[in-house]
Design a protein around this ligand. Structure first.
Ligand SMILES: Cc1cc2nc3c(=O)[nH]c(=O)nc-3n(C[C@H](O)[C@H](O)[C@H](O)COP(=O)(O)O)c2cc1C
Ligand code: SF4
Ligand code: SF4
Length: 263
């Protein structure tokens, strides 16, 4: 059965999962910002897999736009995988509601615990801890791939109902409104050599260069790709990031992230 594997990523965790799933189910790998750049999304694939990071216990804003731009989800098996840093909150639940509002049905939704990348709150996890998470991830991806290949349905991995209510109503709904403008907290320190990589790496073209200095334009997804991949570690967010260790998935490199926007 023809399968499309759509993904969004900032630091490579969701990319690593997407590559592994695409290989195992023999699906086509498609970067969501690229698919969105072509307008309405049409596909004759019967299976659609959507892989993305959890943001603020919910889904990245771009995932909602992506689903709303799909021509017809109604006759497809739709699977979701949310990678997260330990608290997936209501990501699958929120995604399911968006899919249903577009007359689709979520066949199953999974969460995978990966190293967190939210450097405004913490630096990169120790390598040993990362390795344990990658090992577990590998095992879980095998199970999910089998589930998708056999078109099984029903599994929805969410936190319990009380946690859902708290995170969805109080926290996610409040945070989601502010995400695009949270880039006001980025700033650049003296290490910046004006290479322009941050501008090229932003998946939603939110960065312009002004006399060689990056400026952010308030349509941010908060993926942190600009900050995490700056070769000089010159991009900071708020007060605490100058001393925090940067993170990206060990199998992702800067060319993977730069080139995905072209395919
Ligand atoms: C803006 C932002 C918000 C995040 N919020 C959460 C969260 O609520 N819960 C969680 O477990 N991880 C959270 N994370 C961590 C990511 O979900 C996790 O590291 C993910 O695997 C990163 O995927 P990527 O490497 O494909 O970008 C957040 C990360 C970012 C950048
Ligand atoms: S990637 Fe880093 S060093 Fe290069 S222009 Fe952007 S902030 Fe400056
Ligand atoms: S400005 Fe930075 S954090 Fe915002 S979407 Fe672009 S790369 Fe991601």
């Amino acid at each position: 059965m023809k399968s499309d594997v759509y993904y969004f990523t900032g630091t490579g965790n969701s990319l690593a999962v997407a590559k592994d799933i695409a290989k195992k189910i023999e699906g086509d790998l498609i970067f969501i910002p690229y698919a969105l750049g072509n307008g309405i999304i049409k596909t004759d694939a019967k299976v659609v897999v959507i892989i993305f990071p959890v943001y603020m216990w919910g889904i990245p804003l771009i995932i909602e736009r992506f689903i709303k731009n799909f021509e017809d989800l109604n006759d497809k098996y739709v699977y979701a995988i949310a990678t997260h840093g330990g608290m997936p909150g209501v990501a699958i639940n929120i995604l399911e509601k968006v899919i249903e509002s577009c007359k689709g049905k979520l066949s199953a939704g999974f969460t995978i615990n990966m190293p967190g990348n939210y450097v405004p709150k913490y630096g990169a996890f120790p390598e040993e801890k990362q390795k344990k998470l990658f090992d577990k991830c590998g095992e879980k991806v095998k199970v999910i791939a089998e589930y998708i290949k056999t078109n099984k349905q029903g599994k929805k991995e969410n936190n319990n109902i009380l946690v859902n209510l708290l995170f969805s109503n109080l926290i996610y709904n409040h945070s989601a409104k502010n995400i695009a403008k949270m880039d006001k907290n980025f700033w650049v320190d003296e290490k910046c050599n004006k290479c322009g990589i941050c501008q090229k790496i932003c998946p939603v073209c939110n960065i312009d260069m002004n006399s060689g200095n990056p400026i952010w334009n308030n349509k941010c997804e908060q993926c942190l790709a600009c900050l995490q991949w700056c070769p000089q570690e010159a991009i900071q967010y708020g007060k605490k990031t100058p001393t925090r260790k940067r993170y990206h998935h060990p199998n992702a490199n800067i060319s993977d992230i730069l080139n995905q926007a072209k395919k």
